[in-house]
Design a binder for this molecule. Structure first.
Ligand code: DX5
Ligand code: ZN
Length: 222
């Protein structure tokens, strides 16, 4: 079943000196999910947000926190992110050998579990866990930084993931992340995505511009 588009702005592109205000602007601007990019300087070449920051932001809103963990090893830090109040916790299929165990831990904590795939990872990587997850995240850039160019060739994989999700009969979000603008949004939507992450596009006009840019994404990919 085709679900309505949800917009998940990434606070990675906000001014980190005013993260709280950024979350407030996204909530007021109608963001469906707040996407939080967690990078460890090891799995990806950048270091960003830890569980203490997620916990602090949690006090500002009950809007869905969509936490994208780009960390490896994953297991030592996973409990801290579960305790910090993330709603969706997404782990990378490439981050370690025990994907199923990580997914189980997330669900046992009462959170929604997501699995992310790097551009070089085939759609079949989710097959073994499709019965246990709530979200699949297809990366449309190699993770690590905001503002990279959209990898158009990933649209075929998005379509392949859409077919797998539909076949499963389960309610699973298909999220895309990287290089999403009001132009590429329509392409990924046509390929089957239903949650759009966007960082640099949403924050390009500062906090005052967030609401208008969220609206532009929604209009471009209804
Ligand atoms: C990339 C992150 C993305 C990133 C998206 O590693 O996972 O969420 O912030 O940024 P843009 O929208 O600027 O590509
Ligand atoms: Zn992300």
């Amino acid at each position: 079943m085709r679900r309505s588009t949800r917009i998940a702005p990434s606070i990675l592109s906000a001014d980190f000196a005013e993260l709280g205000a950024a979350v407030d602007s996204l909530v007021a601007g109608g963001a469906d999910y707040i996407h939080i990019d967690v990078m460890d300087g090891h799995f990806v070449p950048n270091l960003t947000i830890g569980p203490a920051v997620v916990k602090a932001l949690r006090k500002r809103t009950d809007r869905t926190f969509d936490t994208h963990l780009m960390i490896s090893p994953l297991e030592p830090l996973l409990p801290d992110f579960l305790d910090a109040g993330a709603d969706i916790v997404t782990v990378h299929a490439e981050a370690g050998p025990h994907l199923h165990r990580s997914v189980q831990r997330i669900r046992e904590a009462g959170r929604r579990a997501g699995v992310a795939l790097n551009p070089g990872t085939p759609a079949s990587a989710v097959d073994a866990v499709l019965g246990d997850i709530d979200l699949v995240l297809a990366m449309t850039v190699d993770p690590g930084f905001g503002g990279q160019s959209f990898l158009r060739a990933q649209c075929a994989k998005i379509a392949a993931l859409r077919a797998r999700i539909d076949e499963s009969g389960r309610e699973i979000d298909l999220e895309v992340d990287g290089g999403i603008t009001d132009e590429t949004a329509a392409e990924v939507r046509a390929a089957g995505a239903d949650v759009l992450v966007a960082g640099s596009f949403v924050f390009a006009d500062g906090l005052e511009g967030c609401a208008g840019r969220i609206r532009r994404l929604r209009e471009a990919a209804p």
